[in-house]
Design a protein around this ligand. Structure first.
Ligand SMILES: CC(C)(COP(=O)(O)OP(=O)(O)OC[C@H]1O[C@@H](n2cnc3c(N)ncnc32)[C@H](O)[C@@H]1OP(=O)(O)O)[C@@H](O)C(=O)NCCC(=O)NCCS
Length: 213
């Protein structure tokens, strides 16, 4: 029998954050991609892909898609949209680049994006709605909680915990067994030698608090 399989259909909600990267990783994983964004109908294309409707449309017609991915910049907004779409019974997926190396003993939650050349080690848990960017290494038995964003080229040593909504900027390094609180921003190139409380911005080497929220 001759048969051309139909591509799996993926809807991406939002054109923020790493939406273009998510779309190209989805294609590498065999999905046919389109976007939904509140800029529709003024904007009908994003990068190489069509925008088919706004957020309400994906909530109403999500059953037409095999999978849905949420690409909103703000962690709390990402969480709200992701939970709403899950509650509607749609299939929210994580997207993992084929060039990422994720241990078979690691766990990745739903709605997370693991970009090219990321390493995730033995026993590490990545939560829901996380973004782990190019070339980041997360070694063994770490816990990266929900809606964390880790930028490019970050090194996370073993048994580190990163609290929810935190953002670790480009080139930062976190040494072993450090606990980073919730909603922490660790600036570009920061070196986290000690645990960091929630709701602060830290920069430098060794990382020091420069802002409290
Ligand atoms: C930390 C960061 C987010 C800025 O946060 P902010 O709340 O706007 O902080 P400010 O710019 O007001 O800076 C506060 C102080 O920290 C210093 N600072 C900011 N970022 C710093 C860094 N990465 N390293 C060292 N010092 C830094 C500032 O010079 C300033 O010092 P001062 O008070 O002595 O003048 C930003 O500097 C940063 O590191 N961005 C990287 C973003 C990134 O990773 N991009 C790639 C992802 S796609």
């Amino acid at each position: 029998m001759n048969f051309i399989p139909t591509a799996k259909r993926l809807a991406i909600l939002g054109t923020q954050a790493h939406a273009l990267v998510a779309a190209s990783i989805a294609e590498q994983n065999g999905y046919e991609v389109c976007f939904f964004d509140d800029n529709f109908p003024q904007q009908k294309h994003f990068g190489a892909w069509p925008i088919r409707g706004n957020q309400q449309a994906v909530e109403a017609f999500g059953y037409n898609y095999d999978a849905i991915f949420v690409s909103l910049e703000n962690g709390q907004e990402r969480q709200a949209a992701l939970q709403k779409i899950k509650a509607l019974g749609y299939n929210v997926v994580s997207l993992i680049s084929p060039s990422a190396k994720v241990s078979e003993y690691a766990k990745i939650g739903v709605g997370s994006l693991i970009v090219a050349k990321v390493y995730v080690g033995y026993g590490t848990k990545i939560g829901d709605g996380c973004i782990i960017n190019v070339g980041t290494n997360i070694d063994f038995e770490c816990t990266v909680n929900d809606y964390v964003t880790i930028a490019q080229g970050v090194n996370v040593a073993p048994r580190v915990t990163i609290g929810q909504y935190s953002s670790i900027c480009i080139g930062a390094n976190i040494i072993e067994e450090v606990t980073v609180g919730d909603s922490v921003i660790a600036g570009a190139g920061a070196v986290l030698l000690n645990s960091i409380p929630s709701d602060v911005t830290v920069v430098g080497c060794p990382a020091r608090i420069v802002k409290k929220r």
